[in-house]
Design a protein around this ligand. Structure first.
Ligand code: ADP
Ligand code: ZN
Length: 724
């Protein structure tokens, strides 16, 4: 361990590419991984000792001293390696990646204790009945805070303090215990089917082997995948090691947390953007100390410095939201596999509609594969129907075809629930003037404004710009000439209300139910059958289990297929397959109606036939032919600026300066699909290469010689998932 006066390198959570030298002051020792406080420019910051000091050429007088070493467990070596790996791969600054791990600097400080109260050493005599009630409440000796006692007993906190002053209560300091500090692991109480048992055994063996491995756990919704991977969780807990379960943020529902608690007796620590600062602090400190055993979180939970991680689960592994589109642009599923590899531990990818990438890794023997074929307790897959909108369209001005209307009516009369799925928020995607053809466009994006009646405004879904809905056309001044074009969920609700006035409807869309709590409330309402017809965007596709839901209608199945996205077909299949899986999860069988103008498309054919393998085979063949991922590699470079001329000039220079290699193609510069976003013009290069090419090396070589003007932003996206 470097001694006093020695130098250490400290990495700070700022956009810096490397760690810098600092001096250890008198009496301080520190080793790599230790958290320290250092001066940085005019500020002070928490950082991590990254290595022993190296730069001998540095003037010793210029090397600043470490200010403080925090008294908390060091960041594990494997976690530091992980940070370095992510930075290298995504071409982000090392310090920027560290920042994701140092997201709760507060947690480095010793936990503040709170004042709590318990029974006195000697029972007081002669107490008022009010005060007696307080002692009754505290009879088992567990200390409570004044506010908790006051609430339970119905007295003031002042009285509690007065009792302590009078020796009728004893004040004791307490700290919040680490969340999910599981000590004993309860046994599974379910009777598994044969295929569930086999899968659970295989996963348990993986964990017991204590070495790197990736297993793809594939099975239709409701086949028991969660119960099965809980067995791997249990095995890891028995080893005394920690588990990380990743879920798309949106599915971090109360339903999941309750199930976890039912299985393991305590709730898991949770980690996502809505978690309170206090919970964050407790989770960070708990996992760093190794006391918190299970974290369930969004992709960002990968950056928690877990002391002894033994297993990573990535549920809904195909979900597009695992790719971060802001800041460090990493793919959480892919980085989870990297983390498992670095740590030599097991990982499980879980999905009812696995990504083509993961299926291909199975095919190539890189991942193990487990399949749960049947739904638990024999619940049947729903009956699938296509509604060809060219042959049997809805009535003019409507969006629900007669066949689907009929199904909604029957379902309502049978006192069962229906779900109408349309992946578009608001009332109408476009508003135009019937007289002059004027369309409302966002002033800062190349996009139409979406009309929202619920919030009575028009909104840009790309930058959030809003304006009121006008009565007259701003172009030609015509009155009552503005008309809504196309459907959003709000307009579908209106149509359903006209069709079945008695039915209770509910919209589930991210701008109407805006918090995790609101989503949970809505889910409860549906579970209690206080809603007959749900109209929802993609937030309804996720893991919820509604036993009385027997009819699903997809209003516009073609919606996701437009645009040049590489994965448009795959995403559409996954999304609609998941939505369809909401039907008939209980005792009663379900049916699904898919409205489409393209029933002959492979995606629709495969969906209707419930034939995922057919879809995957066709899509794999297509990607292989085109040399697209996973058979080739892609990187995107988005260049943006408000001055279009200067931007194009820079892009031309950039293109000219590109190094040339036979196995790397540079496409562009081309206007990005959203060529104008938030007031900035955007150009895109797409770099396409063979599978074995080190794209990062190529990009670094290219950009080394380039000076990016300050008015231009350049962003690199390795393995781009969205092409906007
Ligand atoms: P998936 O994760 O594949 O969607 P789940 O694990 O959520 O499936 O299982 C669906 C439902 O069936 C859950 O309510 C679960 O508790 C229940 N279930 C699964 N397997 C069994 C079993 N062997 N015995 C009893 N209930 C089960
Ligand atoms: Zn906009």
């Amino acid at each position: 361990m470097p001694e006093t006066g020695a130098r250490v390198q400290v990495l700070a959570p700022f956009p810096v590419g490397r760690a810098y030298d600092y001096r250890l002051p008198e009496g301080m020792t520190a080793a790599p991984g230790d958290y320290v406080r250092v001066p940085l420019g005019k500020k002070e910051t928490a950082g991590v000792v990254w290595g022993h000091g190296g730069d001998e050429a540095l003037d010793p007088g210029k090397v600043k001293a470490v200010l403080q070493k925090y008294d908390c467990p060091p960041m594990p070596e494997v976690h530091r390696k992980f940070i370095e790996w992510v930075a290298r791969y995504t071409m982000a600054d090392l310090g920027t990646v560290l920042k994701m791990s140092l997201s709760v600097p507060d947690a480095l400080q010793p936990q503040k204790t709170a004042q709590a109260y318990t029974l006195p050493e000697k029972m007081p005599e002669k107490l008022s009945s009010h005060r007696m009630k307080v002692l009754d409440f505290l009879f088992d000796g567990v200390p409570y805070r004044a506010a908790e006692i006051a609430k339970a007993v119905g007295c003031s906190t002042m009285m509690i303090r007065a009792m302590a002053d009078a020796g009728q209560l004893r004040a004791v300091p307490v700290t919040t215990p680490a969340p999910c500090a599981i000590k004993a692991v309860p046994e599974n109480t379910l009777t598994f089917s044969d295929s569930q048992q086999q899968a659970a055994d295989a996963l348990r063996e993986q964990v017991a082997a204590k070495k790197y491995g990736v297993t793809l756990l594939d099975g239709v919704t409701g086949s028991g995948k969660t119960e099965v991977y809980f067995e791997a969780v249990a095995e890891t807990l028995k080893q005394g090691r920690q588990v990380l379960i990743l879920l798309p943020e949106i599915s971090l529902s109360a339903q999941f947390l309750e199930r976890f608690e039912r299985r393991f007796g305590v709730p898991p620590a949770i980690w996502h953007s809505e978690v309170s600062p206090a919970q964050r602090r407790a989770a960070w400190a708990g996992v760093a100390a190794g006391e918190t055993k299970v974290v369930v979180g969004a992709g960002s939970a990968l950056f928690l410095p877990l002391a002894d991680l033994g297993l990573i689960i990535v549920d809904e592994e195909h979900d597009a939201s695992y790719k971060q589109e802001e800041g460090v642009m990493y793919h959480a599923r892919d980085m989870a596999v990297v983390r498992a590899h670095l740590g030599g531990i097991a990982s499980v990818l879980v999905s009812a509609t696995p990504s083509l990438e993961s299926m291909n890794n199975v095919r190539e023997g890189k991942y193990d594969y487990l399949h749960l074929s049947a739904r638990h307790a024999g619940a049947k897959l729903p009956e699938m129907h296509a509604i060809n909108l060219k042959m049997t369209p809805p009535a003019r001005g409507q969006f629900i075809a007669p066949l689907l209307q009929q199904a909604l009516r029957e379902t309502f009369e049978a006192q069962e629930q229906s779900l109408l799925f349309l992946n578009r928020r608001g009332y109408a995607p476009l508003r135009l003037c019937r007289t002059c053809g004027y369309r409302f466009q966002c002033p800062s994006c190349a996009a139409w404004l979406v009309e929202h009646r619920y919030h009575t405004k028009m909104q840009c879904h790309h930058c959030g710009y809003t304006q009121p809905v006008p009565d007259i056309c701003p172009e030609c001044g015509a009155e009552e000439s503005l008309t809504a074009c196309g459907p959003g969920v709000e307009r579908i609700q209106e149509e359903v209300q006209a069709l079945l006035p008695e039915a209770r409807t509910l919209i589930l869309a991210s701008d109407v139910v805006t918090s995790a709590k609101a989503i949970n409330d809505a889910v409860r309402q549906i579970e209690r059958h206080q809603v007959d017809i749900i109209i929802g965007t993609q937030i309804v596709a996720k893991g919820h289990h509604f036993p009385s839901l027997t009819c699903v209608g997809v209003v516009d199945a073609d919606l996701g297929l437009s645009g040049g996205d590489l994965r448009a077909g795959e995403r559409t299949f996954q999304l609609l397959h998941q939505v369809a899986g909401r039907a008939g999860r209980g005792e009663k069988p379900g049916r699904v109606y898919v409205q489409t103008y393209m029933p002959e498309q492979t995606v629709m054919q495969a969906l209707i036939a419930n034939d995922r393998d057919m879809f995957l085979a066709a899509e794999t063949q297509e990607r292989e032919r085109a040399g697209m991922p996973p058979f080739g590699r892609l990187a995107a470079m988005i260049v943006a600026g408000s001055d279009e001329l200067k931007l194009d000039l820079f892009c031309r220079k950039l293109a000219q300066g590109a190094p040339r290699y036979d196995d790397i193609r540079i496409l562009g510069p081309a206007p990005a699909p959203l060529a104008f976003l938030r007031g900035k013009h955007r150009r895109r290069f797409l770099i396409k290469a063979g599978r074995e090419v080190a794209l990062q090396k190529f990009l670094a070589e290219w950009l080394k010689a380039v000076k990016v003007p300050s008015a231009v932003q350049l962003k690199i996206d390795i393995d781009p998932q969205s092409f906007f």
